[in-house]
Write a protein that binds this ligand. Sequence first.
Ligand code: CP
Length: 343
Amino acid sequence: MIKPKHLLDTIDLSREEMLELFETIRMLKKADAQGAVPQLLKGATLAMIFEEPSTRTRVSFETAMTDLGGHALYLKPGEIHFGSHEAIQDTARILSSMCDGIMLRSKEHETVLKLAGHASVPVFNAMTYYNHPTQGICDFFTMSEHLPAGKKLEDLHVVFVGDSRQDTGIMSKETGHMCATLGLRYTVCSPTRYSMSEQEQAKIREKMVQTGGTLVVTDDVDAAVCDADFIVPDVWTYYGYESEEADRMAAFMPKYQLNMDMLNRAPTHCKALHCLPANREVEITSEVLDHPTRSLVFQEAENRLHTQRGLLAWYLYPRMKQANESLRQYNEGHMRAFLDAVL
Ligand code: CP
């Protein structure tokens, strides 16, 4: 079967492809623990375009490329002509001719789709204000490592608490896409004004018809968390939405804050995730974030690196020209002879 070329939306992957990705991440994580990550991407280059700030995504992609024997170019706003002085399709074409993959973080989802539409190498969506596929894959890989006793991945009930509005609410949609692809039970819990759009619910439910997942949308926190296996919050106010901060605080605080009171209303095995960066004492308390047994937040953050290695290997390795050592040696001798003669 032909693998998808780009990683734009996790709902586009099949359950089998997602499980294959998890296995790739698991194998490379084990290799890392042995100090023996294979150089699968030797000589490869990843162009990383960041239109928005990043700590985890930037560091994990760059480190993962280095670990796999490749190289990453960090291209921050103003450093290349992307989107301002050069059409996106031209940048896509140029980078495709020089690099083996392109990673883009952009506020506008359309920008990532347009880039991918014109790129001949794989494009990784490193977060838009619509979704965050590399984070979603990391989160569910982390859950798969911490399954409640007696439960399999397909038995999980994942609960998102917070903003699920269409133009923000990034992790509410991403978590929904992952639950849809894996066929899981998903509850998204938000104040009514910040609820998931009908259009988004329809998209998730359409995929769930094929995979066996279920979606519940509610504003009732108790009903949502009472049998949750994992609770996923996200920030309440995004970059560019600061003017809404007071309204948002009034809508979410204190009912939708992930604190020990909320966690104690869930089963004792229920664990907290958070993609970070977190606003401590706002959408999540430090008591939960730093909890030694109920929080997976920092294991989740470390897994960004293991996940990026797996994603890069899965998407880029099959498309790379494999090194031909004897031809390389022949070319080296031939070129040296030529240059020694002419210089
Ligand atoms: N979770 C996440 O994407 O973190 P960064 O914004 O630091 O990359």
